[in-house]
Design a protein around this ligand. Structure first.
Ligand code: CO8
Length: 374
């Protein structure tokens, strides 16, 4: 018989620094005015587009974001730099992303009542890894003293849920006994702080979860994974062309198209119906309807997306208790958003309560888990 698989612990690490909309807009607008002044002639001759101004009110209304955490604040608000100033580390030092992954991992291990000796697989899964190899997951595994094996996974916004799917399958198949899934979302190096349409969207964070067989789990708050569901559909509407081939094709490796960019309106229109259909189908697998779900830990990209999806599923606006929003303080944290929502909002649920964890975004990709409090 397939063993019951549970999420037995979760962890969250956030940077010490944050940037408010007001701070971000003040710096961007000063940068835009300087750019327009320096390029006045080219703009007048139609050779270059002027930079439009940003607004804190627009950002909050369009996205629900008020502030975002940032790993290194230095440099982002400097109008002559407009990107974080993250010092390079030597090859024998712990890498930045492994460091933040370890903070979240330790928090998750503690909440699962586990030590590194109990874990036999580490998956580091996120939107970007700061290098190709050796895998960050193996670096984290080594630093924590975990035996077994480790690997990295990239699935943009669905990296966290898709990694939880892999963890679930490994435990169910008996190829692992306890899997540590970590999502170190260091997004700030990929944000184009010179682009009004996207400069406000992302924040840095790291999350982690421990997935194991119910037979070995003994934590205070554990959730049985009833099932997982994933879908992908190719789209270029959310894209980053950053990659190692730039060296061979002589393209500027840091040009605007090599950073995060998107057709936000199209994404909104295309992803919302996909997510509603996906979630409805997933719940119906268990003869559940939306009213049977006590908590919705939804992807955190845009508050208006979450409102629309929740309304379509429930025929009403859910309370913040039912469908928590963390966008206001964390912003979009790529794959970590739904996991942050879980970390901060699961302890009050009662045995037997059902919850839905769901990500949606670049790819397009949607990943969900139906889980039940033990
Ligand atoms: N300040 C003032 N005005 C602005 C600003 C600004 N900052 N930005 C845009 N405007 C203007 C526009 O130019 C436009 O003006 P006009 O009407 O004159 O053309 C007007 O405001 C309205 O613009 P939009 O139609 O674009 O505004 P929206 O209401 O659609 O809001 C959003 C824009 C917030 C981007 C919205 O479309 C959205 O969130 N869409 C969903 C996108 C989404 O969820 N994407 C997922 C991305 S995350 C992901 O997939 C993970 C990727 C991997 C991680 C990457 C890490 C870096």
């Amino acid at each position: 018989m397939t063993p019951s698989v549970v999420i037995s612990g979760s962890g969250l690490w956030k940077p010490d620094h944050s940037i408010s909309n007001e701070e971000l807009v003040e710096a961007y607008n000063a940068y835009a005015e300087q750019f327009n002044q320096q390029n006045q002639q080219a703009i007048e001759q139609g050779e270059c587009a002027s930079k439009p101004l940003s607004s804190a009110e627009f950002i909050e209304k369009a996205s629900g974001i008020k502030s975002r955490y940032i790993y290194i604040k230095d440099g982002v608000l400097d109008i002559n730099r407009m990107r974080p100033n993250i010092p390079e580390r030597s090859e024998d030092a712990l890498s930045d992303q492994a460091e933040i992954a370890i903070h979240a991992a330790k928090d998750a291990l503690k909440s699962a009542n586990k030590t590194p000796e109990d874990i036999d697989v580490v998956i580091v899964s996120c939107a970007y890894t700061q290098r190709s190899y050796p895998a960050l997951a193996i670096e984290v595994q080594g630093a924590l003293g975990i035996k077994g094996f480790a690997f990295d996974m990239l699935v943009a916004c669905s990296a966290a849920t898709f990694a939880l799917h892999r963890a679930y399958e490994m435990i169910a198949a008996g190829t692992a006994k306890s899997v540590l899934v970590i999502n170190p979302e260091l997004t700030s190096p990929q944000v184009n702080y010179c682009d009004r349409d996207s400069h406000f969207i992302f924040g840095d964070v790291a999350t982690a979860m421990v997935v194991e067989s119910a037979d070995t789990a003994d934590s205070e708050h554990m959730f049985e994974i009833m099932s997982t569901k994933a879908v992908t559909q190719y789209s270029s509407n959310i894209r980053s062309n950053f990659g190692y081939v730039s060296r061979a094709n002589d393209a500027d490796p840091f040009a605007a198209d090599k950073l995060f960019h998107q057709q936000g309106r199209k994404v909104f229109k295309e992803v919302c119906p996909m997510a509603v259909e996906h979630i409805s189908e997933h719940l119906s697998r268990h003869q559940l309807n939306s009213d049977d779900v006590s908590r919705w830990w939804l992807h955190q990209a845009n508050i208006n997306m979450n409102t629309l999806i929740s309304r379509k599923l429930l025929d009403r606006q859910p309370s913040l208790e039912e469908a928590p929003i963390v966008l206001d303080t964390f912003a979009n944290t790529a794959s970590a958003g739904s996991i942050i929502a879980f970390c901060l909002n699961h302890k009050d649920l009662n045995s037997g309560d059902v919850g839905l964890l769901c990500s949606f975004g670049a790819g397009y990709s949607i990943g969900s888990l139906v889980i039940k409090k033990r």
